[in-house]
Design a protein around this ligand. Structure first.
Ligand code: FEO
Length: 395
């Protein structure tokens, strides 16, 4: 499909993908590769190894792949670099353009000594009528990550940045529906990019100097409408700055219903104060969905029963994920029922703190089953949450 003058989408739609290294993908994904037909035909990124036949089919529909002179590898993670070795068999004259770290990673992955051209920020490559410019974007989201810009077309090939795991017949955001794409973009950011806010802000600063008319990410839909491009940049600025909304997320699992009773009581009281709140049971919700809700929430309330002196396995899994993603600038509260030892709650509190979340009160820990007096006491901490949210300047 031609997406701009002599620029073609030659990617692979992964309709059946349901799990991307632990991230649930109920809508599948795409690996977007782009072919620029110029004096020196250039491919921007490739696809996962099992999508190569489709990619080759699409390239052959446009040009003889042996004409390809450059393969730009913006990022060495295998969903984008996984077909470089196969493509080089059909494009033996191709030179691989990548960042210094990209070259190192590709060598680790493929054990091949291809013709490499290593680029740095602001380096350019003339491919005929066009000159491509490169910008290293380390830790958005790997050390090797970079983006490629075609000034002639005003197109930014942004790789993982601004992407979404979403398979569709449409190729553009405005065709697929902006709300769906923004939701998928938030999920992508929360699960893949969240720990690297400072790097995201540096990348946005770099991009501000460019005239961008189209953003072509390596996953999902292409951004081409001015208002859509502005919207996603604005959201990346919000998320990269760890700005949150006045929103509470209650996440829990339960054993005999006591922890769930506390969760319901918290939800009821918070709702009565007109604070937006989400109630999520980890037994039936994937952690990648949960973290998407946490992305813009100022308060996270996490509950677990105690099992064999430990927190529940579903809660432990979420906590491990949370500690890695480190959502900054939020408040937390813990709760849960126990039988004869509260020891496990230390693990819960330590985990939350390690994730960078500030606990605002003592945990709510009834023995076995909470009684009405106990539940009534919960209102005090809910008022504290409201006061904190009212005091915080939330943008
Ligand atoms: Fe889509 Fe970091 O790979």
């Amino acid at each position: 499909m031609q997406i701009a003058n002599n620029i073609y989408w030659t990617g692979y739609i992964d309709w059946g993908l349901r799990n991307f290294h632990g991230y649930s993908t109920p809508s599948g994904s795409t690996y977007n590769a782009y072919l620029i037909v110029d004096e020196y035909p250039t491919i921007i990124d490739t696809v996962k190894h099992y999508g190569f036949a489709q990619m080759l089919f699409e390239i052959k529909d446009i040009i003889d792949p042996s004409r390809i002179r450059y393969i730009v590898s913006n990022h060495s993670e295998m969903d984008h670099s996984g077909s470089i070795d196969k493509l080089i068999e059909f494009s033996p004259n191709a030179e691989v353009i990548c960042s210094p770290q990209g070259k190192e990673n590709l060598r680790y992955h493929f054990k091949k000594n291809w013709k490499f051209k290593v680029v740095d920020t602001q380096d350019t490559l003339n491919i005929g009528k066009r000159t491509l410019k490169f910008f290293l974007t380390p830790m958005v989201h790997w050390p090797d990550s970079m983006v490629t810009y075609s000034e002639t077309d005003g197109i930014l090939f942004s790789n993982d940045a601004f992407g979404q795991h979403y398979a569709s017949v449409e190729r553009f955001v405005d065709e697929a529906g902006r709300d769906i794409v923004l939701r998928e973009s938030a999920k992508y950011y929360a699960n893949i990019v969240m720990p690297y806010g400072n790097n995201v802000l540096k990348t946005l600063e770099t991009l501000n100097s460019l005239k961008i008319e189209m953003i072509c990410p390596s996953h999902g839909l292409i951004w081409r409408k001015k208002e859509d491009i502005e919207k996603i940049k604005e959201l990346y600025l919000k998320w990269g700055s760890y700005r949150t909304d006045k929103k509470v997320v209650i996440v829990y699992d339960t054993m005999w219903g006591s922890t769930e009773r506390i969760a319901f009581e918290l939800f009821k009281l918070i709702g009565k104060l007109n604070i937006p709140c989400r109630l999520i049971n980890l037994a039936v919700t994937h952690i990648s969905e949960v973290i998407t809700e946490v992305l813009e929430a100022k308060v996270l309330i996490l509950g677990t029963p105690i099992l064999n002196n430990k927190i529940f396995p579903t809660v432990a899994s979420f906590l491990t994920y949370l500690r890695g993603l480190k959502p900054k600038n939020r408040f937390g509260l813990t709760f849960g029922s126990y039988g004869w030892s509260k020891l496990g709650f230390k693990e819960l509190e330590d985990g939350i703190k390690e994730a960078g979340i500030e606990l605002i009160a003592e945990g709510i820990y009834p023995r076995y089953v909470p009684d009405d007096d106990f539940l009534n006491d919960i209102s005090k901490v809910v008022i504290k949450i409201k006061e904190l949210l009212d005091k915080e300047e939330i943008l």
